[in-house]
Design a protein around this ligand. Structure first.
Ligand code: GAR
Length: 219
């Protein structure tokens, strides 16, 4: 029997808690996507154990096996993904910058989750930088990937308040919880054909959101 579910390839480099959120979401019979392959650039990534425990095929393509040859590294990843029939690539804590060639060949079929409300705080150490800036809201973003780092049409965002007494760890924990809810939500929107790239934007079809204001600190 053929499956109508969208086939995901999840790219990881480490812990894989966002991968776990996708695994858990995909376990629901009505979820419109399934994970066809988990690919890590690190053989000791804990996320590989999570995938194996869920019976999901895994593969390792180590960048260290392709010293100074990023195109060959990416071609090896590309071959594994296509070989597994992957239709949407989900970066989930994948800590290598992808080149224009790879990004272009998966254009609008490659998404990333980033721990900030983009376009603020691209790059690393987002939680400490958010605290240092004094923003009242931080959060996470799922976006289609473009060649520039942490850039591309935004599919979905979740805001979390910065609370008095927060340090980078407590804030990171609150953001990570929101990541685990946001990533499956964004994948669902794409898999159901409700998130459509239109130039630099993603248009979402379906029910409009309620317009409740959230204010931090409260009135
Ligand atoms: C997540 O917070 C993810 O947003 C971040 O790495 C963490 C991976 O955690 N990604 C980036 O910073 C990419 N720019 P996980 O392995 O437990 O999912």
């Amino acid at each position: 029997m053929t499956s109508a579910k969208l086939k995901l390839g999840v790219l990881i480099s480490g812990r894989g808690s966002n991968l776990q959120a996708l695994i858990d979401a995909c376990a629901a019979p009505d979820f419109p996507a399934e994970i066809a392959l988990v690919l890590s650039n690190k053989a000791d990534a804990y996320g590989l154990e999570r995938a194996a425990a869920a019976g999901i095929p895994t593969t390792v393509v180590s960048h260290r096996d392709f010293p100074g040859d990023k195109p060959a590294f990416e071609a090896a990843m590309d071959a594994r993904l296509r070989g597994a029939g992957v239709e949407l690539v989900c970066l989930a804590g994948f800590m290598r910058i992808l080149s224009e060639g790879f990004v272009g060949s998966w254009r609008d079929r490659l998404i990333n989750i980033h721990p900030s409300l983009l376009p603020s705080f691209k790059g690393l150490d987002t939680h400490a930088r958010a605290l240092a800036t004094g923003v009242r809201f931080h959060g996470c973003t799922v976006h289609f990937v473009r060649p520039a780092m942490d850039d591309g049409p935004i599919v979905a965002q979740a805001a979390v308040p910065v609370l008095p007494g927060d340090d980078a760890n407590s804030l990171a924990g609150r953001v990570l919880e929101s990541e685990h809810r946001l990533y499956p939500h964004a994948v669902r929107l794409i898999a159901e054909g409700r998130a459509r790239v239109d130039g630099d934007l993603v248009r979402i079809e379906g029910a409009p959101l309620a317009l409740d204001a959230v204010v931090n600190p409260p009135f």
